[in-house]
Design a protein around this ligand. Structure first.
Ligand code: PLP
Length: 395
């Protein structure tokens, strides 16, 4: 029945479990463990844990289970496992699947820590990774091998907002039997239809839009019951990347309002993109929701035309202009989160992607003048006035 609810109903009521007190707001079960009535009950629970039974919070907890169920309903996935951060989700989703000798194909435009896992960590354990330009389907086709076990990409890349064709890449990957893991943060769970479009595993940093108010770290991996309970859960519960019950509660509350927040933020992002389009101080502006964006046809097909809550501005005058611009902003904060109620401006070349050699930054379009702008819930007219004034100041 809850599968048939519309999105906002799922987000408010999905996965709720009430204790004997019948509380309205979800309870925080801030406990590491659970008491057994008898030794026999403990034995039985370790043999088989029922759907409403718990052993130890690293394995599962009622508040965490409510969050997992609610987000799985939203995404249309059979099951979900919540993790301590987005990176625990990305690393767990891949490492639980892979072993030495396996081959992975990945898009090269990735969030800095994702790149570190794909470039550095997996290689140390004998996994070979081939990198492709995620927007070029011929490169995906050419990179697939009979031993390709997994495919990884960010469906909208950070920070240049390249959109990758989920359906097309999944079709190519499935021909060799590879499991497709999609990091879907920038597409957001509100606009995503990744499972329906063929993704086997979808990963979110819940720190971003799901919390959306900058309070906690969290992550989640979604997929089939087989993958989540058979492959991922044994890995996560023994390696320790589980989500805390307090963070799960915060994220449950975030889900109640995510549809309202993300839609308002995306609407504001489009208004800002329209207002800054062609500004003389900008070398380029990237917002996938603008009809003139090179990939807008794909954005229409994959995301219902929604360009998300982030735009990237490339200022004329390089790093000096970008820094002047950041320092002149009065409403947005300079930080490195995104999807937050507060607008956030980031200079990727010197922060999130600082580690990369200049050559790699160039290849990924992370120019010295590039500023990533995450649109918050402030009044869009105020933001536009502030952004325009800061662009003036950057001249
Ligand atoms: C933030 C982010 C992550 C990592 O999430 P954390 O919660 O910070 O660990 C992974 N992928 C993408 C695309 C992100 O933006």
């Amino acid at each position: 029945m809850s599968e048939n609810w519309n999105k906002r109903t799922k987000l408010v009521h999905g996965g709720s479990r009430r204790s004997q007190y019948n509380e309205v707001s979800e309870a925080i079960f801030l406990t590491q463990g659970f008491v057994y009535e008898t030794a026999e009950q403990a034995e039985a629970r370790f043999i088989e844990t029922g759907p409403d039974e718990f052993i130890y919070a690293r394995y599962g907890n009622p508040t965490v289970a409510m969050f997992e169920e609610r987000i799985a309903l939203l995404e249309g996935a059979e099951d979900a496992f919540a993790t301590a951060s987005g990176m625990a989700a990305v690393s767990g989703a891949l490492t639980s699947l892979l072993k030495a000798g396996d081959h992975v194909v990945s898009a090269k435009a990735l969030f800095g820590s994702c790149l570190y896992i794909l470039e550095n960590i997996l290689a140390r354990y004998g996994v070979e990774v081939s990198f492709v330009d995620g927007t070029d389907l011929d490169q995906w086709r050419a990179a697939m091998r009979p031993d390709t076990k997994a495919v990884f990409f960010e469906s909208m890349s950070n920070p240049t907002l390249e959109v990758i064709d989920i359906e097309a890449v999944c079709n190519i990957a499935h021909e060799v039997g590879a499991t497709v893991v999609v990091d879907n943060v920038f597409s957001t769970p509100v606009f995503s239809r990744a499972i329906e479009q063929g993704a086997d595993v979808v990963v979110y940093s819940a720190t971003k839009h799901i919390d959306g108010q900058g309070r906690v770290l969290g992550g989640v991996v979604l997929g089939s019951k087989d993958y989540i309970r058979g492959t991922l859960e044994p890995y996560m519960k023994h390696t320790g990347g589980s989500l805390s019950p307090f963070s799960a509660w915060t994220l449950l509350k975030g889900l109640e309002t995510i549809d309202l927040r993300v839609k308002a933020q995306a609407e504001s992002a489009l208004k800002i993109a329209e207002a800054l389009d062609g500004h003389p101080q900008l070398e380029r502006m990237i917002y996938p929701g603008l009809p003139k964006h090179a990939q807008n046809a794909l954005v229409q097909r994959q995301l219902g035309g929604q360009g998300g809550t982030v735009l990237s501005l490339d200022l004329k005058g390089g790093k000096e202009a970008a820094f002047k611009f950041l320092n002149a902003l009065s409403i947005p904060v300079i930080s490195n989160n995104l999807g937050d109620a507060k607008s956030i401006a980031t200079h990727p070349a010197t922060t999130t992607h600082q580690r990369l050699p200049d050559e790699q930054k160039n290849e990924l379009g992370i120019t010295p003048g590039l500023v990533r702008f995450s649109v918050g819930l402030e009044d869009s007219d105020d933001l536009i006035a502030d952004l325009k004034a800061a662009l003036e100041a950057a001249q």
